[in-house]
Design a protein around this ligand. Structure first.
Ligand SMILES: Cc1cc2nc3c(=O)[nH]c(=O)nc-3n(C[C@H](O)[C@H](O)[C@H](O)COP(=O)(O)OP(=O)(O)OC[C@H]3O[C@@H](n4cnc5c(N)ncnc54)[C@H](O)[C@@H]3O)c2cc1C
Length: 486
C-alpha cells in the first residue's frame, strides 16, 4: 500500500478504533468523538500533505518493496543528503502544526526504521526477534501506520523496583510464554498520540536490578484495538471551541494516555525482545533509534521556535513596542535560541556517520546538546511571550464577544496599532494557547519531560561525553611553565 491519504488514515481508525477511554466512557469512533475528531482531522491533513503536488517529492520516496511512494520518514538514510531531505519532510509536518503536535507519526517511523535495520541486535536475543523487527519495519512502512509508544512505569513508588511493589504487575511485565506468543500484564506511561493504529513497546532504558527484573525487559507491538489493551486518556484539552478562540487546542490535542495491558496476548511474530535486561537497556542507543528520533525532534523544535518568534514579533508590531530596548533584547533571545537549534541540526547531519547496521546516523553530540538545551530554554520562550504580551495575553474576549452585541466596544478598544480588533484577538489567543491556556500548560510540561527526565538526561550526558581531550589540554598547559619562552 502506498503512503496513506488523510481519508485512509481516518478509515482505518474507524474500522479499527483504539480502545480509548475518556471521561469514563469508551470512545466508539475517535473520528467523530467531540474530544478527538479535531486532532484526527489535523493528522489526516498531515497525511494528505504526502500527496500535495508541490511536496510529494519531499514527503515520499519509492518503496524498496513495491516501488510505490511511501512516507519519507521511513527512508533508510544512506548519505548525509538523505538525512537533510528527511529533515525537510519532518519540517513540513512540524510547520503545519506550528511545532505544537509532539508525536506526529514521523517520530515513531524513524524509531521503527532504525530498529528494523538493527535486526541483528535483536537476533542476539533470539533469531526470530531479528526477523520480526525487520518484518515489522516493512509492515509499518508499507501500511503507513501511525504508532504510539510508552516507556515508563506508573509513578506509584519510585523508591522501589517494579517487582518489589505489592502487585508486581503494576508495571508492565511478562506473565508467561505460550506456544502462540507471550502474555503481558500491567501498565505503561505515557502514550502520547493514542489516536493511532498500533503501540510499540520498545525496550526502555531504565531497568535496574538483576534476574528478578527480567520480566520487565520487553519489546513488542500490537494493534491499538487488541483485546485487553486499554488507553486511559487524560482530560482532553480540546474544549470544542472555535479555531479563533482556541487556535491550537482546537486542532492539535494529541492526547496522552496510560496504557493498560490486561493480560494481552502478543503473537510471537510481534515479539522483539524479552528477558534480556542489558539489551533492553541499550536498545535505543545501540540501534541508533534515539538519534533518529532526536533528529526528528530538533526539526520539530525549530518549527516551534519559529512559530513562537513569528507570534512574538507580530505582537510587538501589533502593540507598537518594538522601539523599547528590552523588548528588542527579548526578541533577540528567541532568535538566538532558534539559530542554536538550527546549528545543532546542521551539525548532527554534517557529522553523521554510517552505523554498524548500514544506516547513516545523525551525530550524537549535537543532538544530545539539543535535547538537553531545549527543555531548559523553552520555559524562557514562554516567559518572553508573557513579558512582551502582558495583559494582552488575558484580555482576549471570545469570538462570540467580538461578534456579539458589544462588538463595537471590542472593535474600538481592542484594536491594534496595525490591525483590527479581530486580528489582534486572534493573534493574542494564539499566544495564550502557546503559553497559559490548558493546552499551553501541557506544552510546558511536555517540553520538560517528553524525552525523559531532564535530570537523568544530564546525568547520562555526563556519563557518555568524552572530555579527555579537554582535560589533557588543561593538564598540559598547567604542567608547562616553559611556554611562552622568555
Ligand atoms: C506531556 C507528556 C508527554 C509524554 N509523552 C510520552 C510518550 O509519548 N511516550 C513515553 O514513553 N513517555 C512519555 N512521557 C513520559 C516521560 O518520558 C516521563 O515523564 C519522564 O521519563 C519522567 O518519568 P516520570 O514522569 O515517571 O517521572 P519520575 O521518574 O517519577 O520523576 C519524578 C521526579 O523524581 C525524580 N526522580 C525519579 N526517579 C529518579 C531517579 N532514579 N534518579 C533521579 N531522580 C529521579 C525526577 O527527577 C523528577 O523530579 C510524557 C510525559 C509528559 C509529561
Amino acid at each position: 500500500m502506498p503512503a496513506r491519504t488523510g481519508k485512509e488514515f481516518i478509515d482505518r481508525l474507524q474500522s479499527q478504533p483504539p480502545n480509548l477511554w475518556i471521561g469514563g466512557e469508551l470512545v466508539e469512533d475517535p473520528t467523530h468523538h467531540p474530544k478527538t475528531k479535531n486532532a484526527v482531522r489535523s493528522l489526516a491533513a498531515l497525511y494528505d500533505l504526502q500527496y500535495d503536488d508541490d511536496l510529494s517529492e519531499v514527503m515520499t520516496f519509492a518503496s524498496p518493496s513495491t516501488g510505490d511512494p511511501v512516507g519519507r520518514s521511513f527512508v533508510v538514510p544512506q548519505t548525509k543528503e538523505d538525512l537533510q531531505l528527511r529533515s525537510k519532510m519532518h519540517k513540513v509536518w512540524a510547520d503545519a502544526t506550528l511545532g505544537h503536535m509532539g508525536r506526529t507519526p514521523d517520530y515513531m517511523n524513524v524509531n521503527v526504521m532504525a530498529a528494523g535495520m538493527a535486526g541483528d541486535y535483536f537476533a542476539e536475543v533470539d533469531q526470530r526477534f531479528g526477523e520480526n523487527i525487520r518484518s515489522y519495519f516493512e509492515y509499518v512502512r508499507e501500511n503507513d501506520l501511525a504508532l504510539t509508544h510508552a516507556l515508563t512505569n506508573p509513578q506509584v513508588d519510585k523508591s522501589k523496583q517494579a517487582n518489589e511493589l505489592d502487585d508486581p504487575y503494576i508495571a508492565l511485565g511478562l506473565v508467561e510464554e505460550t506456544t502462540e506468543g507471550i502474555l503481558v500484564r500491567g501498565a505503561r506511561m505515557l502514550a502520547t498520540l493514542p489516536i493511532s493504529d498500533e503501540i510499540l513497546i520498545f525496550p526502555s532504558t531504565v531497568i535496574q536490578g538483576g534476574a528478578e527484573m527480567r520480566p520487565y525487559a520487553l519489546g513488542f507491538s500490537v494493534p491499538n484495538d487488541t483485546p485487553g489493551l486499554r488507553f486511559q486518556c487524560r482530560e482532553p484539552l480540546d474544549q470544542g471551541r472555535s479555531h479563533a478562540d482556541h487556535p491550537l487546542g482546537s486542532r492539535f490535542d494529541e492526547l496522552d494516555a496510560m496504557v493498560i495491558f490486561d493480560d494481552v496476548e502478543v503473537p510471537w511474530d510481534r515479539v522483539f525482545l524479552i528477558k534480556d535486561i542489558d539489551r533492553a537497556n541499550q536498545a535505543y542507543a545501540k540501534t541508533g533509534a534515539v538519534l533518529h528520533m532526536a533528529h526528528q525532534v530538533v526539526n520539530l523544535k525549530i518549527a516551534k521556535t519559529e512559530a513562537i518568534l513569528g507570534t512574538l514579533q507580530t505582537i510587538v508590531d501589533m502593540i507598537g513596542t518594538g522601539q523599547y530596548p528590552h523588548v528588542q533584547e527579548m526578541v533577540a533571545e528567541v532568535i538566538i535560541t532558534l539559530e542554536i537549534m538550527k546549528a545543532l541540526k546542521l551539525a548532527s547531519e554534517e557529522e553523521a556517520c554510517m552505523n554498524e547496521y548500514g544506516v547513516m546516523t545523525p551525530a550524537r553530540r549535537p543532538l544530545d546538546a539539543a535535547r538537553n538545551y531545549y527543555p531548559a530554554v523553552h520555559k524562557r520562550l514562554v516567559e518572553v511571550l508573557q513579558m512582551c504580551s502582558s495583559s494582552g495575553l488575558i484580555m482576549i474576549p471570545s469570538e462570540s464577544d467580538w461578534e456579539g452585541e458589544r462588538s463595537a466596544d471590542i472593535s474600538k478598544y481592542l484594536q491594534g496599532k496595525n490591525g483590527s480588533a479581530e486580528e489582534r484577538l486572534r493573534l493574542f489567543r494564539l499566544a495564550w494557547d502557546m503559553t497559559i491556556s490548558g493546552f499551553g500548560g501541557r506544552q510546558a510540561l511536555y517540553e520538560r519531560f517528553f524525552f525523559g527526565d531532564p535530570v537523568r538526561m544530564k546525568h547520562a550526558l555526563y556519563g557518555v561525553y568524552d572530555r579527555s581531550e579537554q582535560v589533557d589540554r588543561i593538564k598540559e598547559f598547567l604542567a608547562n611553565d616553559q611556554w611562552p619562552e622568555e
